[in-house]
Design a protein around this ligand. Structure first.
Ligand code: G16
Length: 545
């Protein structure tokens, strides 16, 4: 086994987006493409010698090949040890849990999250730091800067054999490689956070659940925890086998893509509780019988009920939500007398707040919820939280949500995604919007909606003082309604315009409207002000959630 130094040339498109580098599989399959990025990551970690790294991915097409390459590069770059999930699998939250439990130096996650997989699908890679969370912007920018000038990478020669299927220790050059059970550490952590006895009793009393793992990495975790430790009947988990192409599905747990689960939960024999997680199992969708819970409401409801869960018996320190997430959590924080932080989109922005002990719960409109137990959002954790709540309250999902609205008011919410826009057109739309900002404040848009504030969101991190600008155009109305525009940072083709719409309704007699109806005036205003159809040449959003 020899360490080879391979000459290479920079690729100019390796800037990490909202959550790591995501590209088509075919892009990652280009000679040197993955290697360049991995070497750039290692190069910005000068104190890596002898350290322990965690490695795993969501099992999508190219996962195994990439794991082999990264292991050979880690050995050639002086790491002391790598913990890798069996078969190269680790969910994103499990990887975060493993880093924290074993005090590791960092980790590499291979995933394009909710994006489709397979040879024609997407692939992705992300570096996480020692707190278990995604690398902050200063690190991702340093990685990007390094990719621009990289001229060689180091890798162990290819005759190296690596067995990813057998638990235990092997050596790779001077490096130790330990293949670990991807589920064990994570399952142990979940048991410490929730009242498993109460959940077991809920299932034993006939509580019925459907969990759709979307043929992604969440399957083994859901099987082990729900059907194993918690006694849910076999068949509770559907699409539980991780497949390289997710069975051809789009592993995005929202009403537009989790259609099988939505149909099951809308039918005559619907279970009491439905849930789904995404490609790397960090997102979650929560459903009741014939009832859909928005992610923003889910965060607020978990916050309002947190002390009913063992992990939060002593209360919450604070809540954080991404800026486009609805203000439902703010209402709960105000009632609890705790702060609610508003951060840019991207889980990495929660890391400092969690590390500083300023917040206990975090959430995003994009089906992400999590807490200070790890530094990633956590799909199954959110599901267990809801299960625990159902078990101790004896209420249905719908009853819990309606009681929440009655107490705090309802924040009607929807996101409209305009996908596949040529990047130049999307950029022109955002530029035109930004140019209008100085004239929008005070504008009367009709239907009682007057714009109070129009700006481009900037975030000043209260912990490290870093400033992140241009994080989304906000129109905030005098009645608290909001319209937000931003371009997605996770797509791999063209641009996606996200339009986030929110309206607060305090009157409980008005809480049962369909969301699109309740938001109709805001939708009209958003499309009008941003001239979306004219810019995009599209007649309607491609996905509405
Ligand atoms: C990532 C980020 C999230 C973000 C989401 C959508 O999630 O970690 O914070 O909300 O992308 O981002 P965008 O609106 O830029 O597409 P994931 O689950 O894709 O890793």
């Amino acid at each position: 086994m020899t360490i080879q130094t391979i000459p290479t040339q920079p690729f100019n498109d390796q800037r990490p987006g909202t959550s790591g580098l995501r590209k088509k599989v075919s892009v990652f399959q280009q000679p040197h493409y993955l290697e360049n990025f991995v070497q750039a990551v290692f190069d910005v970690l000068p104190d890596r010698a002898g350290q322990t790294l965690v490695l795993g991915g969501d099992g999508r097409f190219h996962n195994r090949a990439a794991v082999h390459t990264i292991l050979r590069m880690a050995a050639a770059n002086g790491f002391g040890k790598v913990l890798v999930g069996r078969k190269g699998l680790l969910s994103t939250p499990a990887l975060s849990a493993v880093i924290r439990k074993h005090g590791c130096f960092g980790g590499i996650i291979l995933s394009a999250s909710h994006n489709p997989g397979g040879p024609d699908g997407d692939f992705g890679i992300k570096y996480n730091i020692a707190n278990g969370g995604p690398a902050p912007e200063k690190v991702t920018e340093a990685i990007f800067a390094r990719t621009r000038v990289i001229d060689e990478y180091r890798i162990l020669s290819a005759e190296t054999t690596i067995d990813l299927d057998t638990l235990g220790i092997q050596t790779l050059g001077d490096m130790v490689l330990e293949v670990i059970d991807p589920v064990a550490d994570y399952a142990e952590l979940m048991e410490q956070l929730f009242d498993f006895d109460a959940i077991r009793a809920w299932f034993a009393a006939g509580g019925r659940m459907r969990f759709d793992a979307m043929n992604a990495v969440g399957g083994p975790y859901a099987h082990a925890l729900l059907e194993g430790q918690l006694g849910a009947p076999a068949g509770t988990v559907i699409n539980g086998e991780p497949l390289e192409d997710f069975g051809g599905h789009h592993p995005d747990p929202n009403p537009a893509h989790a259609t099988e689960l939505i149909a099951l939960m809308s039918g005559q024999h619907a279970a009491d509780f439905g849930a789904a997680s995404d490609g790397d199992a960090d997102r979650n969708m929560i459903l009741g019988r014939h009832f859909i819970v928005t992610p923003s409401d889910s965060l607020a409801i978990l916050a309002a009920n947190a002390t009913r869960i063992p992990a939060f018996r002593d209360g919450l320190r604070g809540i954080a939500r991404s800026m486009p997430t609805s203000c439902a959590a703010d209402a709960v924080a105000a009632a609890l007398g705790i702060p609610c932080h508003e951060t840019p989109t991207g889980w990495k922005f929660f890391g400092n707040l969690l590390d500083a002990g300023k917040v206990s719960l975090c959430g995003e409109e994009s089906y992400g919820t999590g807490s200070d137990h790890i530094r990633e959002k956590d799909g199954l954790w959110a599901v267990l939280f809801w299960l625990n709540l159902l078990a101790v309250s004896g209420q249905s999902v719908a009853a819990l949500v309606r009681a929440h609205w009655a107490r705090f008011g309802r924040h009607y919410y929807s996101r409209h995604d305009w996908e596949g826009i040529p990047s130049a057109q999307a950029d022109a739309l955002m530029a035109a919007l930004r140019a209008q900002l100085p004239t929008l404040g005070g504008r009367d848009c009709g239907a009682g909606l007057c714009i109070e504030q129009a700006d481009d969101f900037a975030y000043n991190d209260p912990v490290d003082g870093s400033l992140s600008t241009r994080q989304g155009v906000r129109l905030i109305f005098t009645n608290g309604s909001r319209i937000i525009f931003r371009l997605s940072g996770t797509g791999t083709e063209g641009a996606t315009l996200r339009v986030y719409l929110e309206r607060f309704e305090p009157d409980s007699r008005q809480h049962e409207l369909p969301a699109q109806q309740a938001l109709a005036e805001l939708i009209r205003i958003a499309e009008d002000i941003a001239a979306i159809r004219a810019h995009c040449g599209m007649q309607a959003p491609s996905v509405i959630t």
